[in-house]
Design a protein around this ligand. Structure first.
Ligand SMILES: Nc1nc2c(ncn2[C@@H]2O[C@H](COP(=O)(O)OP(=O)(O)OP(=O)(O)O)[C@@H](O)[C@H]2O)c(=O)[nH]1
Ligand SMILES: [Mg+2]
Length: 366
């Protein structure tokens, strides 16, 4: 079981300050919707599914979600941020009924990569747990490869003790229910989330990462990069959504993640105000922030959609030349992974993709 600890203070709403034209790209290559991994958002009515999707992928401010109408039919959203992060999110109406014969479970669960089940932690969750059990049982029968992710949601304003208590209780009951149904082999991941802080972005990052076949390569590249550059922590960010698609193997603490998210906001905001270029984020984008605790934050553009954000000690930044040189090697290597994927997609040549997945470290040369 993987857990995400969340003992953060409640934060203010996220910046909505991305320029409007800094949206998701759409290319003809990406038109084939059905072949992309699918993430399903399920859970009871008003548990917060649509809010999560809007806040993470459409820059809606958390307060605006108060006015979201209830979802009446499945809403399919295509996410095209980068070649690494391509998937669809299907937002379900809370009242959907699996027993209904018109519910085509083979089609819905068949191509599904991850199923996020959202449980409102502020509400009585008995009904949610029953629905969870029915949903997982049905989905697992159709497609046992689905990753099941439980978002214990709306934990803002709840004390740390009650958060932990809800998580323990939900975990226990969800696992017991599944064991009773003879499904003890299913692995569940639990995340404490809220749209009012960074926890929802962190949780979504982890869900998306599980769907990226190149993840081991990316992590390996990051490990090599940081160990050769005197860097403490590095995140590879999808700039538009601010989910991180990979990080090095050292543990992630929420504060570092928040700092890096905020840095992206600052860099893009300043760039969109003062830059004479059309795009706020391009191949010359870089940013350096020195904090008053002898820590440096360093951001570099990797490609049109990805940024590398690093945290390091000030004295290690003396060797900026080494860091910059290593970064160029890192960017090249990412380019190679990216090119391989494009080629594999273009020619529909599955061999390339498979060989990339099986020997993910081949292209790593620094
Ligand atoms: N406090 C708090 N409220 C939240 C959070 N996420 C969503 N909400 C609120 O929950 C209410 C319901 O949100 P929706 O996103 O419409 O819920 P839904 O699951 O899509 O509901 P249906 O479409 O009816 O199934 C809204 O008023 C949101 O503002 C959260 O993290 N914290
Ligand atoms: Mg909804």
């Amino acid at each position: 079981m993987s857990y995400q600890d969340d003992d953060e203070e409640q934060m203010g709403p996220h910046s909505e300050s991305f320029p409007k034209d800094f949206g998701y790209g759409h290319s003809p290559r990406e038109a084939n919707l059905e072949s992309k991994p699918r993430i399903l958002l399920m859970g009871l009515r008003r548990s917060g599914k649509s809010s999560i999707q809007k806040v993470v992928f459409h820059k809606m401010s958390p307060n605006e979600t108060l006015f979201l109408p209830s979802t009446c039919e499945i809403v399919k959203d295509d996410i095209n941020n980068s070649s690494f992060v391509q998937f669809q999110i299907w937002d379900f109406p809370g009242q959907i009924d699996f027993i209904d014969p018109t519910f085509d479970s083979d089609m819905i669960f068949g191509g599904c990569g991850a199923l996020i089940f959202v449980i409102d932690a502020k509400d009585d969750y008995n009904e949610a747990l029953t629905k969870f059990k029915n949903t997982v049982t049905k989905a697992y029968k159709v497609n046992p490869r689905i990753k099941f992710e439980v978002f214990i949601h709306k934990v803002d304003g709840i004390s740390d003790d009650s958060k932990m208590e809800s998580q323990r209780d939900i975990h226990q009951r969800a696992t017991d229910d599944l064991s009773d149904a003879g499904l003890h082999q299913i692995r569940l991941s639990f995340h404490l989330t809220s749209i009012y802080d960074h926890s929802i972005f962190e949780a979504f990052s982890k869900v998306v990462q599980k769907l990226i076949p190149q993840l081991p390569t990316l992590e390996n590249l990051l490990n090599i990069f940081i160990s050769n550059s005197g860097i403490e922590k590095a995140f590879l960010f999808d700039v538009v959504s601010k989910i991180y698609i990979a990080t090095d193997c050292s543990p992630v603490d929420m504060q570092s993640y928040e700092l890096c998210c905020d840095m992206i906001d600052v860099a893009i905001d300043l760039s969109s105000i003062y830059s004479t270029e059309e795009e706020a984020f391009d191949n010359k984008t870089s940013s350096l922030i020195k904090l008053n605790n002898s820590t440096v934050l360093y951001l570099r553009e990797v490609n049109k959609f990805l940024a590398l954000v690093c945290i390091l000690r000030e004295e290690n930044f003396n060797k900026q030349g080494v860091i910059d040189y290593n970064f160029l090697c890192f960017r090249d290597a990412i380019g190679q992974v990216f090119e391989l994927k494009i080629r594999a997609t273009k020619h529909m040549d599955e061999d390339i993709e498979v060989s990339l997945m099986e020997s993910p470290n081949d292209s790593v040369v620094f």
